[in-house]
Design a protein around this ligand. Structure first.
Ligand SMILES: [Zn+2]
Length: 80
């Protein structure tokens, strides 16, 4: 008598949990870096305003230059 291969019981595949995507840092926090609150509750501006867009629109610091994300104005820092 030949051995009959028993059909393997197919186990129900385990439900794979959806891999959690690594949470990206919310860029929201960066916005608050534009201000720095001093001891006396005074708010210091850490970024200059865009001369074109006026107060309220900050320039982004790109290391050697400041750029406005709204109008594209770029102000190169003077390096000595
Ligand atoms: Zn601007």
């Amino acid at each position: 008598m030949g051995k009959k291969k028993k059909p393997r019981k197919e186990e129900a595949p385990k439900e794979e949990k959806p891999k959690e995507k690594p949470k990206r840092r919310k860029e929201k926090a960066a916005k608050f870096k534009l201000f720095e609150v001093g001891d006396e509750g005074r708010v210091k501006r850490l970024r200059p305003y865009c001369p074109r867009c006026g107060p309220g629109v900050f320039m982004a610091d790109h290391g050697n230059r400041l750029a406005c994300g709204k109008c594209g104005y770029t102000d190169f820092k003077k390096t000595e």
